[in-house]
Ligand binder design. Structure first.
Ligand code: GUE
Length: 283
């Protein structure tokens, strides 16, 4: 028996159509939501991602402001730009594409963005809101993973969820979201001696390491929900995740593909956070 595919493209499309309705309602009241996307330098992958985000905004009727800066931009100049966007009432979300050139401290950049416009959910305030279960912007990738898990109909209450990876943007917030949904949560990482011991117990596995074949078929409990956050390149240049997809899909109950799983949902949740920000401002 083969796992059911969780279609991230289809779910993202449905979410975009819901966002489009909220955008239209706000726009009719003179509050068109706006997202500022800032790209520093000319990293090819970042250019593609940023283009996608701008196109996503257009597809839901949101205004996007794309700012491109040279890789030599100083930190002070970037912070000054962010202050101007903080003060601009037509901008409801601000995203600074990561990674940044080395002369710029990313944490300082994140903390300069107004909490009310931190639609990436990367700031210490947003992280603290999540930790405490308070309203605030949730980081888009783990937020999207929760929506993907929801579509399986598998209830998280009382289930064992294993997160592989402990980054501030994915692993840690993922664990907190699962915990808030009443799962029993284990966080594994590069210092975990035997990953399989943990993942074989898991009803839900979220792999967010950034390395191929982190999760193989022998590490998965039959019927488990497998969410693959990885974005790696194979030798043939094709995109693949952290999960040994072809083998794991024979064991798992549900699995997300790469591409077409978590990636499109990350972008969809950015739109959700931005429309939410605009709704709060308009209220
Ligand atoms: N401030 C900031 N916020 C981010 O959210 C952020 C960032 N910086 N820096 C880079 C990472 C990466 N990221 C992706 C989002 C969607 C896809 C995506 O849509 N992927 C498609 C495939 C795209 C392709 O074919 O290359 C998919 O998985 O189906 C990929 C990568 C957001 N990031």
């Amino acid at each position: 028996m083969s796992a059911q595919l969780i279609d991230g493209n289809a779910l993202a499309k449905k979410i975009r159509s819901e966002v489009a309705e909220r955008v239209a309602a706000l726009t009719a009241r003179g509050h068109q939501p706006g997202l500022a996307v800032i790209l520093v330098g000319d990293d090819p992958a970042s250019q593609v991602y940023v283009k996608h985000k701008v196109a996503d905004c257009e597809s839901v009727g949101m205004r996007s402001i794309l700012e491109r800066h040279p890789a030599s931009l100083s930190e002070a100049d970037l912070l000054a730009r962010l202050q101007a966007l903080n003060d601009d009432p037509t901008v409801h979300g601000i995203l600074v594409q990561m990674p940044l050139p080395k002369q710029i401290n990313p944490q300082r950049v994140i903390e300069t963005i107004s909490t009310a416009k931190d639609v990436d959910g990367y700031s210490v305030q947003s992280a603290g809101d999540l930790l405490c279960g308070l309203p605030g912007f949730r980081p888009c990738t783990p937020y999207g993973c929760m929506k993907l898990i929801e579509t399986t109909g598998v209830s998280l209450k009382g289930k064992h969820a294993v997160v592989i990876g402990r980054s501030n943007t994915v692993g840690k917030p993922m664990a907190l979201l699962l915990l808030q949904a009443n799962a029993t949560v284990t966080v594994c990482h590069s210092g975990t001696p035997d990953l399989g011991v943990h993942t074989r117990q898991a009803d839900i596995v979220v792999a967010a390491v950034g390395r191929r074949n982190v999760l193989t078929a022998d590490m998965v409990k039959p019927g488990a929900v497998v969410i693959d956050v990885g974005m790696n390149k194979k030798d043939d240049g094709k995109l693949c995740g952290d999960v040994d997809f072809d083998a794991v899909r024979e064991i798992a109950g549900w699995i997300t593909p790469v591409p077409g799983g978590v990636g499109p949902m990350t972008r969809a949740m950015l739109l959700v956070n931005t429309v939410e920000s605009a709704e709060r401002t308009a209220a």
